[in-house]
Design a protein around this ligand. Structure first.
Ligand SMILES: [Mg+2]
Length: 133
């Protein structure tokens, strides 16, 4: 089994707006084309989505994928040791073995922390300060 790349669905491969319920939005064309290019290169792409935790949503996801030229992509919400990369609008990449997130992810990470009522990135000392990022 080779390496694979996980690509999130909502907000990454398909447009998502909070009031959509279980509907799957229109494809986000640059990401759709990138996924197709990966597949043409022989890279396995798996659709990495929380929707996979509800098996009732799988047929609609597979139908959406097929209608946009991605028939046959696996759909999962699980990583394994062959997961090489995850592309997800909610991720903040951690720097290898350093316990820090990448500077380019800082703004989005802080925005998401603020949505939880935090003012920064919690530290091992329980502090929450943007200065400690
Ligand atoms: Mg998403």
């Amino acid at each position: 089994m080779g390496k694979w790349i996980g690509v999130d669905l909502d907000g990454t491969l398909a447009e998502y707006h909070g009031s959509m319920g279980q509907a799957i939005g229109r494809p986000i064309l640059p990401m759709l084309e990138m996924v197709k290019a990966l597949l043409r290169s022989g890279i396995e792409v798996r659709i990495f989505t929380a929707r996979a935790s509800d098996s009732r949503q799988l047929p609609a996801i597979q139908q959406w994928l097929a209608s946009h030229g991605l028939a046959g992509c696996a759909v999962t919400n699980m990583k394994d040791f062959n997961c090489h990369l995850i592309i997800d609008d909610r991720a903040a990449r951690a720097v290898w073995n350093r316990g820090e997130h990448c500077p380019g992810c800082r703004g989005e990470a802080l925005r998401r922390m603020e949505q939880l009522g935090l003012k920064g990135w919690p530290t091992s000392r329980g502090q929450s300060s943007v200065d400690l990022l």
